[in-house]
Design a binder for this molecule. Sequence first.
Ligand code: MG
Ligand code: ZN
Length: 232
Amino acid sequence: MKKPIIFCDFDGTITNSDNIVSLMKRFAPKEWEQIKDDVLAQNLSIREGVGQMFHLIPSARKKELLEYLLDTTEVRQGFSEFVNYTRREEIELYIVSGGIDFFVYPLLEPFGIPEENIFCNGSDFTNKTITITWPYACGEDCTNDCGCCKPGILRRFEGEAYRKIVIGDSITDLEAAKQADQVFARDYLAEKCKALGISAVPFESFHDIIRKLAEEQEVYDEYSRETLERTC
Ligand code: MG
Ligand code: ZN
């Protein structure tokens, strides 16, 4: 059997809302809204837009930004149980996030996910304003200028060995969802999958996802048992 491997989005999926939007609303001058509109209208790529937005905020406010998110960010129900479930079942779990390291790592810290399993953008606070860095920018095979290239990350796990499972909520998860064997989607991603005929399991909490994965595991175990009994 192919080995299940999970790629889970962060903002709006693990957390209930988008952390970059929360930060901009709270800390950026109102020019950020024009940048956001340009991204939505696809006049700017996600990478350009996110880079420009953070350039509106002084590096000196780093501590305040993080404290604000640690105080206000809500993690979706069942996430902790979900991480434990993947550990128990020995399912590889990767977080693929268009968020930024300075908040993604601290917000995920309580769940004990190894850092090498977290892909996100980087940050540099040595200039006057915040500079975002792009350790997982698109390679030659992607022309989206994603910032954190989720389809590129999935392609690292190419081959017959894996059954890829994508969990996400937004447009930035769509190209990854197209490569996946199974998709769990909410919000915009769910609508978009439906429109494109990509089958996706809806979810509200991570309990929904555990339930579905556990059901499938049971069906598989049953099948293996029967096959074994027949051959013995
Ligand atoms: Mg998201
Ligand atoms: Zn890309």
